[in-house]
Design a protein around this ligand. Sequence first.
Ligand code: NAD
Ligand code: TYD
Length: 339
Amino acid sequence: MKILVTGGAGFIGSNFVFHMLDKHPDHDIICVDALTYAGNLSTLDSVMNDPRFKFFKADIADREAIYKIFEDEKPDIVVNFAAESHVDRSIEDPEIFLRTNILGTAVLMDACRKYGITRYHQVSTDEVYGDLPLDRPDLFFTEETPIHTSSPYSSSKASADLLVLAYHRTYGLPVTISRCSNNYGPYHFPEKPIPLMIANALNDKPLPVYGEGLNVRDWLYVEDHCRAIDLIIHKGKVGEVYNVGGHNEMRNIDIVKLICKELGKPESLITFVTDRKGHDMRYAIDPEKIHRELGWLPETKFADGIKKTIKWYLDNRSWWEEIISGEYRNYYEKMYGNR
Ligand code: NAD
Ligand code: TYD
């Protein structure tokens, strides 16, 4: 069984590559990644010499390059993680989000139609459902919740989802979609809040909390997400959407305080900055369907996952220090300089 994983040099994709090589000795993994600012080849160092692993540097929206890889490698299953993934960047400059997240998905599915696959899996997000109000803790996103996006990022992901379902209905492409909540864990790019706050706290720099920090996210440990996708591509029903959530709702401010506590840093580092435009208030997933149909449940409680994550960032300083000392400095100055 040959699995083509796109975006495997990024956060969740790399964790998925490690998971699959470890759990499935009979699977070969082909990784396709354009190595944008968010992709890091050194993340894949430990598997580069594995005979069951191959890496191709290519853009998923480059039809010629993608067709050539499909023709040479003939994958059985495609799992598409490749995306522009940061909401704040999508607010600054939406266009690349449309190209990679929508056109890239279409090119990959065209390649699947042309060369034949047994499954195309789209890694999507709970952000396609928009947000929930803070004063209705009884409400959750189900697979039936209407699409109602807020940011250019979530709109591009929702567009891709609609295209995936259309390719199933129109061409009979055997697709599945997973919509997950916010992931955290090793190899998370330091523009995202959990690694950003850990790195800043370790450097005694301000911890920039948007607005009042009351927004709620449903945090999912990345390994739990990888197990869910593994189950969906092997046992999930074609044409179906599966929500994947951690039942770990946390307010941003409480996470930042917890990080301060774990690292022995003062809460006086917390700085409230101008809110994100169109900032979604609350995400919360009802993962009942994937539990009922595939037996999946999240295994990592936030209290344990955040400790493991902080330990990983302490043990792997060179990985993130190299990132934050490069081009990232310009990004940080642009986004936080006058905020
Ligand atoms: P990431 O930004 O860490 O990694 C994205 C990877 O895709 C990088 O390696 C990058 O080089 C690659 N890439 C970008 N554009 C490409 C292109 N045109 N062609 C080939 N490769 C390209 O993202 P992530 O956090 O690992 O997210 C992975 C997927 O999961 C995305 O589709 C994202 O929308 C989805 N998702 C993420 C979260 C989360 O909390 N991180 C939550 C829900 C859904
Ligand atoms: P992020 O993962 O970027 O966004 P989202 O869940 O909306 O896709 O951020 C998670 C939450 O953290 C979100 O409510 C915005 C907040 N946040 C901050 O407060 N400060 C920051 O510096 C960043 C990057 C995010």
